[in-house]
Design a protein around this ligand. Structure first.
Ligand SMILES: NC(=O)c1ccc[n+]([C@@H]2O[C@H](COP(=O)([O-])OP(=O)(O)OC[C@H]3O[C@@H](n4cnc5c(N)ncnc54)[C@H](OP(=O)(O)O)[C@@H]3O)[C@@H](O)[C@H]2O)c1
Length: 299
């Protein structure tokens, strides 16, 4: 049986990648970090990717054919305030994983971000365009991409944007679940109308990552949703899909708020290359929200 290791199985995307890999008939190892997780039909193990010996030790004892690295320091403002920690986890951690994969001859799929782009283009970015990151998080993720691609020609980098979906393993919220919770408790929401991105439904993204891995693709792919939509408009669509009070949502401009890290204005990703490669359509925000609505409360 083919083996796959999912590093960051306690995260939003990682939990769905584990589920998808189990469904695909793989023997799966999911690694957790601070939060121990139990995942159906898969082994779990502690791993801190900043510890090279431990990282290679865990992978060598499982000997996966492929490794999917979803783990990262994902809080953009936290990275800005703690640059050395961000470099340690997102860049050095990726180097440790990439070196371990080379040692055991496993293919590495690294999950990256739309934030590698500066956002001044104004429309969707293609895979061949040059990144120009605006903040520490994005710089460290871009370095993770380079380390992954330099380590082996067969490796993959998959960029996603504003991940959303029900979190089945922890209380941690994402942009969409935060909007739903806020509106359900009657809280007013201020959402940026000048930050535009390509929201990515985590369960569907997990399917796409597995397809790319199985199609023996290599290099960079954009694996987000196909939309190019502002945070404010995402809020309105969430309110509509979940029948919530949209009058609680107010539009704001990024310049009106003081954020530690700079954000791209428009970091949308063009997904045509991925769709052509695996002959599958990416899931739109409306379709993803509908799937979420139907899946609510079902573990
Ligand atoms: N969330 C988004 O909107 C978004 C947008 C674009 C790209 N991405 C990228 O997509 C990927 C998945 O994002 P996500 O939202 O699913 O992430 P997430 O829910 O924040 O999960 C990240 C996971 O990484 C683990 N982790 C952190 N430091 C670690 C370390 N030193 N060693 C091992 N594991 C460690 C965390 O474990 P603990 O919490 O236990 O420390 C957590 O389980 C990330 O690579 C992220 O950069 C995310």
């Amino acid at each position: 049986m083919r083996r796959i290791a999912v590093i960051g199985a306690g995260g939003l995307l990682g939990q769905y990648v584990v589920k998808e890999a189990v469904k695909g008939g793989y023997e799966v190892l999911g690694t957790f970090h601070n939060l121990p997780v139990l995942l159906p039909s898969s082994q779990t193990e502690f791993m801190d990717i900043t510890e090279p010996d431990q990282t290679v030790g865990v992978l060598r004892s499982f000997m996966p054919d492929s490794v999917i690295l979803t783990a990262a320091l994902t809080n953009v403002d936290l990275c800005e305030g703690n640059p050395s920690e961000a470099w340690r986890v997102n860049a050095e951690g990726t180097l440790n994983v990439a070196q371990a994969c080379r040692e055991i001859d496993a293919k590495l799929l690294y999950v990256s971000t739309d934030y590698v782009f500066g956002g001044s283009k104004g429309t969707g970015y293609f895979e061949f365009e040059s990144p120009d990151p605006l903040n520490i998080y994005a710089q460290t993720k871009l370095e993770g991409e380079r380390l992954t691609l330099d380590s082996s020609k067969g490796n993959l980098v998959c960029r996603v944007s504003v991940l959303y979906g029900w979190n089945r393993v922890s209380e941690k919220k994402n942009f969409v679940t935060w909007i739903i919770d806020s509106l359900r408790s009657g809280r007013e929401l201020l959402l940026f109308d000048d930050q535009i991105a390509s929201p990515t439904y985590a369960p569907h993204c997990a399917q796409i990552l597995m397809k790319l891995l199985e199609s023996r693709s290599k290099g960079v792919y954009h694996t987000s949703g196909p939309d190019c939509i502002s945070r404010y408009d995402i809020g309105l669509k969430v309110a509509r899909s979940f029948d919530l009070d949209r009058s609680l949502i107010r539009r704001v401009a990024t310049a009106e708020m003081e954020l530690p890290a700079r954000r791209p204005r428009c970091s949308c990703l063009d997904v045509k290359k991925t769709e052509a490669e695996i002959n599958m359509k990416m899931l739109s925000l409306e379709e993803g929200l509908e799937e979420m609505r139907l899946a609510e409360g079902k573990g």
